[in-house]
Design a protein around this ligand. Structure first.
Ligand SMILES: N[C@@H](CCC(=O)N[C@@H](CS)C(=O)NCC(=O)O)C(=O)O
Length: 201
């Protein structure tokens, strides 16, 4: 069975949500980056969340985990195939959710919660917040009122992107989430699979 090293509010949500949508069984193990257990450190020496094990397979990238699970435990409509319309958008938003958006959030969150008080507000914080705001606005414009980022159906690319909105408040970027993106997220958050995944402690 898949073992997912999870912490509530972390990117492991992407992997749990995908498994819940697909009906793939998994177990979770605690993954704290503040107080990492020896087991978690050996699963992921970087101590970033999530990590995943599937037998001898060991992974540390959330979007790669989603791609792996869909390929190994699919087929699933959550994946858009190369011959389908919307494939390029699907690929782009799968990666954009992490490399184009969430990755900018790491130094933002670290500064917000761990920097000395006199360094919590600095030029870089404004730059990072602006970078995410710009990308959220881009996504809103491309969405153009649609419910999904690719292929006119719910896909793993929505999971990748929606994770970022799910932590907007925690990251202190909720004031730059465009209304259209907030609506997009709130619709996705009504999915029972999302709610089951988000409730996992
Ligand atoms: N690209 C990685 C990023 C993982 C990541 O940075 N996770 C955050 C929690 S959501 C973390 O562990 N941050 C602590 C740190 O960067 O040391 C992924 O998508 O899995």
């Amino acid at each position: 069975m898949l073992k997912i090293y999870h912490s509530q509010g972390a990117r492991s949500l992407r992997v749990l949500w995908l498994c819940e949508e697909m009906g793939v069984p998994y177990e979770t193990a605690e993954a704290s980056f503040f107080k990492p257990s020896d087991e978690f450190k050996s699963a992921n020496p970087l101590k970033t969340v999530p990590a995943m094990q599937d037998g001898d397979v060991s992974m540390i990238e959330s979007v790669a985990m989603m791609i792996y699970i869909m390929a190994k435990y699919g087929p699933t409509d959550l994946e858009v195939k190369p011959h389908e319309e919307g494939y390029a958008d699907y690929l782009q938003y799968m990666l954009f959710g992490e490399a184009g958006m969430a990755a900018y959030g790491n130094p933002l969150v670290a500064t917000r919660y761990m920097a000395p008080d006199d360094q919590k507000k600095n030029w870089t914080v404004d730059y990072l917040k602006g970078a995410i705001a710009k990308r959220l606005a881009f996504t809103a414009e491309r969405l153009g009122g649609k419910s999904y980022v690719a292929a006119n159906r719910f896909t793993a690319a929505d999971i990748s992107v929606a994770y970022v909105i799910s932590v907007a408040k925690f990251a202190g970027i909720d004031d730059v989430v465009p209304p259209a993106i907030q609506t997009y997220y709130e619709n996705l958050a009504q999915r029972p699979a999302f709610q089951r995944a988000a409730a996992v402690k």
